[in-house]
Design a protein around this ligand. Structure first.
Ligand code: AMP
Length: 224
């Protein structure tokens, strides 16, 4: 049985921040589709070259590219006991593709992280990331010790190109139209749990731990 957690929610909800900590606690790798694609862009791979133009505009990258990147990643040894997914699936065809990756022994949970748009916009506009190690900061809530410099590796902190105001609005719209409706697809198929995520990471993590995901029987397995 693999433990598979889909970290679900709009851009800026904290999937990356919360996912990194849960990954350490639960000893499961965090597979971030955005990071996988950004690595490909950085390394100018063929995937990266195609993905870049979509990412700049806040649009979804074509499914075939995303599938290729994900398929390679989930086959790696560290994902054999399960994984956390950040940023996948993002539309119906990706959700259907994901069903081919899981089998009936896997325990799949979708954590639906929720907050108001105004909070997301504020978080995304003040977000900075380390160009070198990818660590995530927020200029007000999680500031680096030294301005513009990563606490962890000393790398330069930058603003993601798609964290600019017009692209942020487009990404939220894409989420509303294409990604959020997936909740209906998952209801009844796998466990779906809503988590309020409008405040700080510590509180969000506490709420997730209180769900005691790994102590409960998976009700979707009872039918089988
Ligand atoms: P994120 O880091 O999750 O905010 O993703 C950044 C960008 O990468 C998105 O705006 C999309 O352009 C692209 N992307 C990430 N995940 C996916 C996905 N599952 N399907 C298509 N595009 C994606």
């Amino acid at each position: 049985m693999r433990r598979i957690v889909i970290l679900f929610g709009p851009p800026g909800i904290g999937k990356g921040t919360v996912g990194k900590i849960l990954s350490e606690r639960w000893k499961l790798p965090l597979i971030s589709m955005g990071d996988l694609l950004r690595d490909n862009v950085k390394n100018s791979t063929s995937i990266g070259k195609t993905a870049e133009e979509f990412m700049k505009k806040g649009e979804l990258v074509p499914d075939s590219i995303v599938f290729e990147a994900l398929n390679d990643r989930v086959k790696q040894a560290d994902a054999s006991t399960g994984f956390l997914m950040d940023g996948f699936p993002r539309n119906l065809s990706q959700a259907e593709m994901f069903e081919k990756i899981v089998n009936e022994k896997d325990s799949v949970v979708l954590l639906n992280l929720i907050a108001q748009d105004s909070i997301l916009i504020e978080r995304l506009s003040l977000r900075r990331i380390c160009k070198n190690c990818g660590a995530i900061y927020h200029l007000k809530n999680i500031p680096p010790k030294k301005q513009g410099v990563c606490d962890i590796c000393g790398g330069e902190l930058i603003q993601r190109e798609d964290d600019r105001p017009d692209v942020i609005l487009r990404r939220l719209e894409v989420f509303r139209n294409e990604t959020n409706p997936l909740i209906n697809y998952y209801q009844g198929r796998h466990r779906v749990m809503a988590v309020s995520a409008g405040d700080n990471p510590d509180n969000i993590l506490k709420r997730i731990e209180e769900l005691k995901l790994w102590e409960q029987k998976d009700p979707t397995k009872l039918k089988k």
